[in-house]
Design a protein around this ligand. Sequence first.
Ligand code: EPZ
Length: 420
Amino acid sequence: MDKLLITGGRTLSGSLRVSGAKNSALKILAGTLLTDEAVSIGNVPHLHDVTTMIELLGCLGAEVVVDEKMRVEVAARELNSLKAPYELVKTMRASFVVLGPLLARFGRAEVSLPGGCAIGARPVDQHLKGLAALGADIEVEEGYVRASRQGRLTGADITFDLVTVGGTENILMAATLAEGITRIHNAAREPEIVDLANFLNAMGARVSGQGTDTIMVEGVERLHGCSFDVMPDRVEAGTYLIAAAATGGSVRLTDAAPGTLGAVLEKLEQSGASVERTETTLSLDMHGRRPRAVDIETDVYPGFPTDMQAQYLAMNAVAEGTSRVTETIFENRFMHVQEINRLGARIELQNASTAIVHGVERLKAAPVMATDLRASFSLVVAALVAEGTTLIDRIYHIDRGYETIEEKLSLLGADVQRVR
Ligand code: EPZ
């Protein structure tokens, strides 16, 4: 199993290109199932999760061609299966979003229930409620969701009980081919939803209101092929900004989407960073200073993203002062706390959703273990500032969501090696 060896103490500085957004690419790839024409997707990041989604499309019978620049062409002309098996869905929950597209286009789909995961129970009740409102018959049996419908789905008014990114995406995709108008109320506003809606519109869908909490979809009879580039990854961008800031360093990000990072940039400025942005670049400079402790509370977009909580908490661990970090989206997203404490941090878990972080002047290397994707990067942040060499085990979690992590960190001057 791969591990990372990081020798801390270097001040990061340099320039990086931001990769395409994992959480947008995965849904857009699922969206290619909505048409029988070829669809070409650019700026797809080279990540394990993307490979899993490509494998799933292949196992359903779609033809998939990937070129050397990770432009992915999918032609889902005729499928030979409408079943997303447990083996694939259990390795990546995002596979569940093939349910909406398959059902809408073929009138039938069978998708394994994803089950819980390290960060929480993560049910899919809202996805199922939405599809039922569009007229699907839904049965949950033997660990599978079996959805069917005679003829087209029918548009409906759907109000989610809570804001769900994946639920919004599943219903949005299903509604594109439904008869009539669908309105999704209490919809997620995340930039990845906007990207997906723009992609669907490029295929001939009629989606409006994306980026607000009410999305309207006028169903069409069929969608066509298109060429589309995935948006920049805001979580990857924010993660490298935090990593550089934690070391007192500087970084310039190109091909970024600064407009999607408002809440994170605001916090970084409160931590003492100077931030400059153009339409597609972001520059951060800590001028060699130690960060100031800043309270964080995660929220749905445009609030502070849960996917950057762990990394920010790691920076707070070496900041000047005490901070409170509150997680409101997932019920079990503090597994990194124990691991960061192994490096000498003073973080107390007040309850399941609140951590009190007493900033310490220095951390000291120790072996640690990655528990989920973003938590893994928080260990990288901690290792970058720790004295000595930290061994991070189970980094397959990182490879699910961070493209060429050693290369990118090395470009910024970090001392990092992958070992087996
Ligand atoms: C997406 O997960 C992201 N994953 C997550 O990123 C991200 O943390 C999350 O959105 C929140 O921003 C992908 O896009 C692949 P949700 P998703 O449905 O869609 C509850 C990463 O590290 N809920 O918005 O699964 C749920 O349990 C990953 O890249 C229900 O109760 O998140 C959670 O507490 C991790 N019923 C909350 O809502 C439902 O039917 C938000 O979940 C659906 C969700």
